[in-house]
Design a protein around this ligand. Structure first.
Ligand SMILES: [Zn+2]
Length: 238
């Protein structure tokens, strides 16, 4: 499987933004995008090392399962990673996407997710000329970007390093910070760095089940069973 270059994945992400009516700099609201693309998304607890899985049916219906035990920032990245599998993967075979060293399509999906969530133009609009000249982005700018783009500390730092905005030494120094504590010191909450969305379901599954019931194609018992299966203990979106 061919590993795409950074520049190729940047172009794919830019095209994906264009096709979905998004500018080349604005932050993405993943849940709204998922609704627009008509993907069914379910948040459920998975093992710690698993981030998510996606698949497409023969009729083109798309489904995504995201680990509700991951932090919200990580979940956001995983959704963008899975969008690569659903829209660009040359050989989409459902598989659990996990952490660890990535190669082939996994690496492509990570690079695409990074470029999609943190577009170069959007990142550049957040940093000052002095920061660019010094290859040293201030912690206040880093935290502001994490919250603007909804990504984890480590994901943002990798992007800044890949764009040449911070040196390796600065990347390592920022990576050593306790991000939750630092965020608090700078006036941010810790929600982005914590798990969430457990039990949340996004999609038209409920509408489909209701239509089947109302047209007499399934019994009330079957309808209730379907709704309980998916929405039983459904959580609030956060
Ligand atoms: Zn993957």
């Amino acid at each position: 499987m061919k590993t795409l270059t950074l520049s190729e994945t940047e172009t794919m992400a830019a095209k994906f933004r264009y096709d979905n009516g998004l500018s080349q700099s604005e932050p993405i609201n993943a849940k709204m995008l998922i609704r627009k693309l008509n993907v069914t998304l379910v948040y459920r607890p998975l093992s710690e090392s698993s981030y998510g899985i996606s698949c497409k049916s023969a009729t083109g219906k798309m489904f995504m399962l995201i680990n509700s035990q991951s932090t919200r920032g990580r979940q956001h990245f995983t959704i963008a990673h899975e969008l690569y599998h659903l829209f660009f993967d040359e050989n989409p075979v459902p598989h659990m996407c996990c952490g660890g060293p990535a190669k082939g399509e996994e690496k492509n999906a990570n690079r695409f997710a990074s470029a999609l969530l943190m577009p170069k133009e959007g990142v550049l609009s957040c940093v000052s000329g002095e920061e660019i000249a010094a290859h040293d982005v201030d912690i206040a700018t880093v935290l502001r970007m994490e919250h603007l783009f909804g990504v984890s500390h480590s994901t943002l730092l990798i992007r800044l390093k890949d764009l040449g905005l911070i040196t390796v030494a600065r990347y390592e120094a920022l990576g050593r910070l306790s991000v939750k504590e630092t965020a608090r010191e700078w006036g941010y909450g810790s929600a982005l760095y914590e798990p969430g969305n457990n039990g949340v379901v996004i999609g038209d599954f409920g509408e489909k089940a209701r239509r089947l019931f109302e047209s007499g194609k399934i019994s009330e018992g079957h309808y209730n069973e379907l709704m309980n299966m998916l929405y039983g203990g459904a959580g609030e979106e956060d």
